[in-house]
Design a binder for this molecule. Sequence first.
Ligand code: AMP
Length: 114
Amino acid sequence: METDCIFCRIVGGGTDTEFIYQDEEVVVFRDIHPHAPVHLLIVPRRHVRSVNDLTEADAPLVARMILAAREAARLQGVDASGYKLLFNVEWGAGQRVFHLHLHLLAGKRWAEGG
Ligand code: AMP
């Protein structure tokens, strides 16, 4: 746990953030500034700075994040209609919280390929 990391505080229960889904490895909660009607963040309990800091040993964690996203989409009722999964990797790509997270966006129509 990193004391100055907002997602570590959320994972640790130090905020009133509601978890949409949780298991031993990840938690899922709503983005505070949503970019779509459904905008969730899939966050590992363990602090990993970014995709660039993942190791080979983290492969099961990444798979767990994707499966948690799929389950959260089902719970939110957007699994069949569709959803996007997105990692922002490093500052230049828009990463602003340096605790690994996967965005799940759904509930609006995107243009072809958008
Ligand atoms: P990124 O730009 O990929 O680092 O995404 C970080 C996301 O975390 C942004 O979409 C923020 O709106 C979101 N965020 C930051 N603080 C919180 C918070 N306390 N609770 C929920 N979402 C947050």
